[in-house]
Ligand binder design. Structure first.
Ligand SMILES: CC(C)(COP(=O)(O)OP(=O)(O)OC[C@H]1O[C@@H](n2cnc3c(N)ncnc32)[C@H](O)[C@@H]1OP(=O)(O)O)[C@@H](O)C(=O)NCCC(=O)NCCS
Length: 195
């Protein structure tokens, strides 16, 4: 059983059929999908995504953890964040996220991604979490950098985004790096509160 995933401002919760309108609104927005290989979603694409989230949540051995993100004090799904475990024995998962444009620039993606990475290491016992982004996706690069991820390489001509061949910038963080950064953050925040 997963713990309730909450941050100071956010609740991360399972996605279901009731989220169709909110998910479809952002996933069919050409600006939201500009740097990703999927979308803009048709209604069927969004139904398929919701079905995938629900099937994954019900699986006996869960691999994909895709959560809707809401503000605690203003319910309404703003976007989604997911950890996709491809091979449980290897202890690795891919991080991904997408949000409605109205949610951008408020630190929401970073806050939710941080909670997911913590869950990946603390609850799922992962060893490595990685992400891939379009090198031109400045906001996503910054989210990954703020998480403490490192650039591990550039896969040349790895992705096709609506007919355009693109490179993928690969990022990763190891469990021990996450722990070291968290310990440093705890030390710094106690020093701030004492000083
Ligand atoms: C990428 C995305 C999730 C970021 O969401 P967000 O809620 O705006 O993210 P945050 O506010 O937590 O952080 C964004 C950071 O990027 C910075 N940023 C925004 N646009 C930027 C740009 N064009 N270039 C560089 N940095 C940029 C912001 O200033 C902020 O950094 P700061 O906290 O140091 O000021 C959002 O833009 C999105 O949903 N995009 C569409 C889907 C997508 O591209 N998903 C990622 C696939 S890899």
């Amino acid at each position: 059983m997963l713990p309730l995933l909450e941050t100071d401002r956010l609740v991360l919760r399972e996605i279901g059929e009731r989220d169709f309108d909110a998910v479809h609104a952002y996933a069919s927005d050409p600006e939201v999908v500009r740097h990703v290989p999927w979308g803009p979603n048709s209604p069927q694409d969004t139904l398929d995504f919701l079905a995938h989230c629900m099937l994954a949540a019900a699986a006996e051995e869960r691999l994909d953890y895709v959560f809707g993100v809401e503000l605690r004090d203003a319910p309404g799904l703003l976007g989604s964040v997911g950890l996709y475990v491809r091979n449980a024995d290897e202890g690795q998962a891919m991080l991904g996220y997408a949000y409605a444009r109205s949610a951008w620039g408020r630190g929401i993606a970073s806050e939710a991604a941080r909670e997911m990475v913590a869950m990946g290491f603390d609850v799922l016992g992962l060893r490595r979490i990685w992400a891939a982004c379009d090198p031109e996706n400045g906001a996503s690069r910054r989210v990954l950098e703020k998480l403490g991820m490192r650039v591990e390489g550039l896969l040349r001509e790895d992705t096709v985004i609506r007919g355009e061949v693109r490179d993928s910038l690969m990022w990763g963080i190891l469990e021990r790096e996450w722990r070291a950064a968290s310990a440093l953050e705890t030390t710094n925040s106690s020093a701030r509160s004492e000083g």
